[in-house]
Design a binder for this molecule. Structure first.
Ligand code: SF4
Ligand code: SF4
Length: 90
């Protein structure tokens, strides 16, 4: 099982919702590596951008994989619906 990301790029345009992504933020909440709505360093993107690896490294003691995916899918959904978010968990 893997996290199902449709690569809409919305999370990469809302980095200012979390301090963790500050180094990637080009200054307006969008990642400096997002080019034409795609990650230009996808194969070598940071660990924080990798949902499955983040789960394995940081969250597997706290959540089941499905629970963690659901938390992430909720954020994807909110981003797609244009809701303002105060947190960003992956
Ligand atoms: S918002 Fe969700 S679906 Fe869109 S790119 Fe980010 S993780 Fe993938
Ligand atoms: S490095 Fe890539 S996946 Fe990570 S926030 Fe930037 S554009 Fe998105």
């Amino acid at each position: 099982m893997m996290f199902q990301c449709d690569r809409c790029g919305l999370c990469c345009q809302n980095l200012d919702k979390s301090e963790l992504y500050r180094d990637l933020d080009r200054g307006d909440g969008t990642c400096r590596y997002l080019v034409n709505h795609e990650c230009s360093i996808y194969e070598s993107r940071p660990l924080l951008c990798r949902v499955d690896e983040c789960y394995e490294r940081f969250f597997s003691g706290e959540y089941t994989r499905n629970e963690y995916y659901e938390l992430n899918y909720k954020i994807c959904k909110k981003l797609k619906e244009g809701e303002d978010l105060s947190c960003h968990c992956h």
